[in-house]
Design a protein around this ligand. Sequence first.
Ligand SMILES: Nc1ncnc2c1ncn2[C@@H]1O[C@H](COP(=O)(O)OP(=O)(O)O)[C@@H](O)[C@H]1O
Ligand SMILES: [Mg+2]
Length: 355
Amino acid sequence: MAEDMVVDTVPRGLSAAQKGKGKVETGSGRQVKGGPWVEKYRPTSLADVAAHKDIIDTIDRLTGENRLPHLLLYGPPGTGKTSTILAVARKLYGAQYQNMILELNASDDRGIEVVRQQVQDFASTKSISFGPKVNVKLVILDEADAMTKEAQFALRRVIEKYTKSTRFCLICNYASKIIPALQSRCTRFRFAPLDPSNVTERLRYVIQQEGLDVTDGGLAAIVRLVNGDLRKALNILQSAQMASPHLTEEAVYLCTGNPMPKDIEQIAFWLLNEPFDTSYQKITQMKTSKGLALVDVVRELQPFVFSIDMPPAVRVQLIDALADIEYDSVTHVFVVALVITSLVGIYYPLLYGSS
Ligand SMILES: Nc1ncnc2c1ncn2[C@@H]1O[C@H](COP(=O)(O)OP(=O)(O)O)[C@@H](O)[C@H]1O
Ligand SMILES: [Mg+2]
């Protein structure tokens, strides 16, 4: 009966029919109501997980040899941490994997009493495995950095107590938020943001499976906007293609509310070439007419500053000033214009004098 209880604590919205390469509808049979693509295209096996080849190989080997240590998977969102451990569970336990794992999220009640009780109930029941001979169960603590220090200390004891029958996998964004005592009990793997090439490849696959009409510019825009977060990429792709079936670069920027690169270029041009008040007026006007937010403009200006040729000392000052504005979230474009024009005013003579 405890087994049943365990099943109830693992509500994953993943039915076998939703996934698997062969099962995804292709071409003409485009599903509008197929649920979120992040779930539909969640990798089912370790081989499906994109990038992180070294990590996956290591985990795959340990899993295969039935020598899985406690794990700490950390790194930015949307890089495949949850997918990886679920694929491990599938490999260990086969299709019945949901009976063999206990998955606790930050949204569940994770006062340490509850965790201790749930883990105890889960770990102390006999494991009936259907797949290859396995003798350990798996407890997944997703978003473990949201646990209080006290809960983490108590968890350390729980881990020790159940190490014989249970493996723990902690998942979080920042390893530094996990107490050292827990870290030292786990093997750590850092999931880096995915390469643009990995994101592009995975998006191409989804585009082809769904039979979408996406231009190269549109695809590149998504890849540029998400900074290696594949979950975000899939979400943008799904919502943007609903808004505009012919997905161009412009459509992507419109859908996400980001300023277009050409607008940013225009703003930078004004800042560098126009007198202060003209540039201020024009930028304010553009902000109003295109509904741009200053923080977005400042953020997008930053890579632009890197692409202009200038002495390092000048660049550092500019970036520093932009960072101050972004951090203080000063709501006036005035300040940006002032900072940039004055810096350029000060340094350009220097620049030309020296070259
Ligand atoms: N490395 C990856 N390979 C394939 N798909 C990925 C990868 N990383 C993320 N995804 C996609 O993004 C979604 C979210 O991934 P997830 O593993 O939950 O990320 P995390 O736990 O790191 O935040 C997955 O359902 C999958 O569609
Ligand atoms: Mg996750």
